[in-house]
Design a protein around this ligand. Structure first.
Ligand code: ZN
Length: 139
């Protein structure tokens, strides 16, 4: 993926108040990554950055705690690998991209909590691209 800098992240997420940038951004080997992500533990948000249609695009997703007793999938929808339940989480955000008559829609996905392992195991970009397509409005 295209390497990202702190300035780029500030620009991508300029609407986010109190943006906490990833502490180890400089250590990332962007050549080996399909996407970059980091978790803000204080408000349980996941920031997901991907070259969507040739443009570095950032999503801010909420990490949703599963309800007690709810079915949990141990399956990542980006790399398509089965994982331990503790190694995936469900993330979601609202999107303006929606059918007519619907005020807003929430879109989510199960994904690896460790983005490095996820990137390593991704065979192609089809699934992450589809996820962005469900959320990002294309002008
Ligand atoms: Zn994964």
């Amino acid at each position: 993926m295209t390497p990202i800098t702190r300035d780029k992240l500030k620009q991508l997420y300029k609407k986010v108040k109190h943006l906490r940038l990833p502490p180890k951004l400089e250590e990332a080997d962007f050549e080996k990554l399909t996407y970059y992500s980091w978790l803000d533990q204080s408000d349980m948000c996941l920031f997901l950055v991907y070259d969507f249609r040739g443009t570095t695009t950032g999503l801010r997703l909420e990490v949703i705690k599963p309800l007690a007793g709810a079915l949990r999938l141990g399956f990542c929808e980006f790399c398509h690998k089965h994982r331990k339940q503790s190694d995936v989480f469900f993330v979601a955000c609202e999107t303006k991209k929606r059918p007519k008559g619907v005020e807003y829609q929430s879109r989510g996905t199960w994904m690896c909590s460790n983005y490095l392992i996820c990137n390593r195991d991704m065979k192609n970009e089809v699934l992450i691209k589809e996820f962005f397509e469900r959320i990002v409005e294309i002008p």
